[in-house]
Design a protein around this ligand. Structure first.
Ligand SMILES: [Fe+2]
Ligand SMILES: [Fe+2]
Length: 474
C-alpha cells in the first residue's frame, strides 16, 4: 500500500474521496504546524535533519531517508491494510465482524481512549524540546528529532480518527490536543508522566526506554480493538515506535558502557571518583531508572478497574498478544493475581481477571523491560564491574492504586514514613544528582565526536557511518 505524497496531507486512506473530512483536516493542519513551531524542538526548525519518512505501510522497505527541515516533514495518515473479513477476537462480541464505524453506545469510551493516547504524543515532544541544545553528538541529535517528528505523526494518527469518526466532538477534541501543554498548571497534559520534565539526556533515554514502552503496550492492546480503523492505525504506529525504544535502550547502554570503562581504567568502584572523571556514576543511573520505571508503571492505571473490564468486554481494548492466549477471551469466571495492602503488608490476592486487565498489561510490560536492563548489566560485566542495575519492586514509589497508600523500598520491603524519608535520597534522583548530570550536558556537534559521558554507538543510522553528518545547521 503506497502512500500518496502528492497531496497536502499525505495519506493512504483516500482522503480525496471525502472532501468534508479533507477540508476539516486541512483546517487543523495550520494549527498543528503552529504548535510544532511553538512547542517542537527549540531553535532547530531550520536544520536539515537526516530523517526517515514512511513511504509505505509494507513491512519491507517502508521508510525513506533524506535531509528534511522538520517543519517540512510529511506528517500524514497511514493505516495498515485492512484484513479481509476481520473478526472481533475477544469480549461479548467475539466472532462478530470488526466495526468499520463507531457503535453509538461505545462512542464516549472510544473517544476517551483515543484522546488519552493522542495526548501523550505531543506531550513528549514538549517534554523533549530543549534537549537539542545539549546533544552529546550529531547522531543523538538526529535521533531525538526523529522521535519527535514521529510522535507528531502519531498525533496525526489519532486526530484522523477523531475527525473521521467522531464528528463535531472529535474536531473539538483534536483542537484541544493542540492546546494542552506538558507541565502547565492550568491546562496540563492528561497523564502524570507526561507532565514531568525531561531535563537531560539520561532522563530522555530512560523515558524512551520505559515510557515509550508503555506506549507500545497500550498500542498493542488497541491493535486488537473491535473498532477496525483504530486497530489498523495503531499497528502502523507500532512500526515507528520500535525505533524509540531502541534509542532508549542503546542510549542507556552507551552511558553505562562509558561509566564502566572509566571505572575500570581508574580501578575504582567509588561513585564520587567516577563523577570526578566525568562519568555518570552507577547509583545515579540506578536512581533515574527507579524514577522513570515507577512513574511509567502508574501509566497503566488502577490495579482493579471497572473501566478496564468494560473496555475489554465491549471489545474496545484487548490484551497483549490476545490471539495467542489460550483461554475463552471473555474472562467472565477467570481471576488474576494482584498486589494488595493488608495490615501494612504487601500480599498477593486474586481479583476478577476482567477488572485486573491494567495489572496484567503492567506485568506484560515489566517482563518486556528485563531484556534491556540485561544488556546494560552486560556492559558492566564486559569491564569487570561488579554492580547490577535492577528494576525496583512493582510497589516502589507508586502514586496510583492501593500501593500508593504505602511506602516501599526498591527491594519490596514496606517502610515507615521516617524510613522512606531517610532512604529516598538513595533511591530517587536528588536535586544534586540532577545538577551533576546537567553539568555534564554540553553541545557536541562535530561529526563523529561524542560527549565524554557516553560511548559512541556501534553503528550509524540506515547504514551510514557513525561520523556521518546527521544534522546540517545550514
Ligand atoms: Fe508515539
Ligand atoms: Fe514513541
Amino acid at each position: 500500500m503506497h502512500i500518496d505524497y502528492t497531496h497536502t496531507i499525505p495519506n493512504n486512506v483516500d482522503l480525496e474521496g471525502d472532501r468534508t473530512l479533507q477540508r476539516a483536516l486541512e483546517r487543523w493542519q495550520p494549527g498543528f504546524l503552529g504548535w510544532w513551531r511553538e512547542m517542537g524542538p527549540e531553535g532547530a526548525q531550520e536544520f536539515d535533519v537526516y530523517l526517515r519518512t514512511a513511504v509505505s505501510v509494507d513491512q519491507a522497505g517502508w521508510a525513506h531517508f533524506d535531509y528534511v527541515k522538520m517543519p517540512d516533514y510529511r506528517w500524514g495518515i497511514f493505516l495498515n491494510p485492512a484484513e479481509p473479513d476481520r473478526r472481533i477476537g475477544f469480549g461479548a462480541h467475539e466472532g462478530e465482524p470488526a466495526w468499520q464505524e463507531v457503535p453509538g453506545e461505545h462512542r464516549a469510551n472510544l473517544r476517551r481512549i483515543i484522546v488519552t493516547q493522542g495526548d501523550t504524543e505531543p506531550a513528549s515532544v514538549e517534554q523533549q524540546r530543549h534537549l537539542g541544545l545539549t546533544c552529546p553528538s550529531l547522531y543523538d541529535l538526529r535521533n531525538v528529532f526523529q522521535v519527535n517528528v514521529e510522535e507528531g505523526r502519531h498525533l496525526w494518527a489519532m486526530v484522523y480518527l477523531l475527525h473521521r469518526y467522531f464528528g463535531r466532538d472529535g474536531r473539538e477534541e483534536a483542537d484541544e490536543l493542540l492546546e494542552r501543554r506538558s507541565g502547565d498548571v492550568d491546562n496540563p497534559r492528561i497523564l502524570g508522566a507526561f507532565n514531568e520534565r525531561t531535563p537531560d539526556w539520561l532522563a530522555f533515554f530512560m523515558f524512551t526506554y520505559f515510557t515509550d514502552r508503555d506506549g507500545k503496550f497500550q498500542l498493542l492492546a488497541l491493535a486488537e480493538s473491535a473498532f477496525d480503523p483504530l486497530a489498523r492505525t495503531t499497528r502502523f504506529m507500532l512500526t515507528e515506535e520500535g525505533h524509540h525504544m531502541y534509542v532508549g535502550r542503546n542510549g542507556v547502554r552507551r552511558i553505562v558502557a562509558r561509566t564502566a570503562e572509566v571505572m575500570a581504567r581508574a580501578r575504582t568502584d567509588d561513585p564520587a571518583r567516577a563523577r570526578e572523571l566525568g562519568a555518570i556514576d552507577l547509583p545515579t543511573i540506578q536512581r533515574y531508572l527507579n524514577f522513570h520505571y515507577s512513574v511509567t508503571l502508574d501509566l497503566f492505571g488502577a490495579d482493579v478497574s471497572s473501566n478496564a473490564a468494560t473496555f475489554y468486554t465491549t471489545g474496545l481494548k484487548g490484551r497483549y498478544r490476545e490471539p495467542y492466549l489460550k483461554d475463552d477471551h471473555r474472562l467472565q469466571d477467570a481471576s488474576y493475581p494482584i498486589l494488595a495492602v493488608e495490615d501494612g503488608r504487601i500480599v498477593t490476592r486474586e481479583a476478577p481477571a476482567l477488572n485486573a486487565l491494567n495489572e496484567r498489561l503492567r506485568d506484560d510490560f515489566i517482563r518486556d523491560t528485563i531484556a534491556g536492563v540485561g544488556t546494560w548489566n552486560k556492559a558492566l560485566r564486559e569491564q569487570g564491574i561488579d554492580y547490577t542495575l535492577r528494576v525496583p519492586h512493582k510497589a516502589f514509589n507508586r502514586k496510583i492504586g492501593p500501593l500508593a497508600q504505602i511506602r516501599v523500598a526498591p527491594d519490596g520491603s514496606v517502610l515507615s514514613d521516617a524510613e522512606w524519608q531517610a532512604g529516598q535520597r538513595e533511591w530517587l534522583p536528588t536535586e544534586e544528582d540532577r545538577a551533576f548530570v546537567a553539568s555534564l550536558m554540553g553541545r557536541v556537534v562535530e561529526p563523529g565526536r561524542f560527549a565524554h559521558w557516553i560511548a559512541p554507538p556501534s553503528s550509524g543510522i540506515n547504514g551510514q557511518p557513525v561520523d556521518f553528518e546527521y544534522v546540517r545547521f545550514g
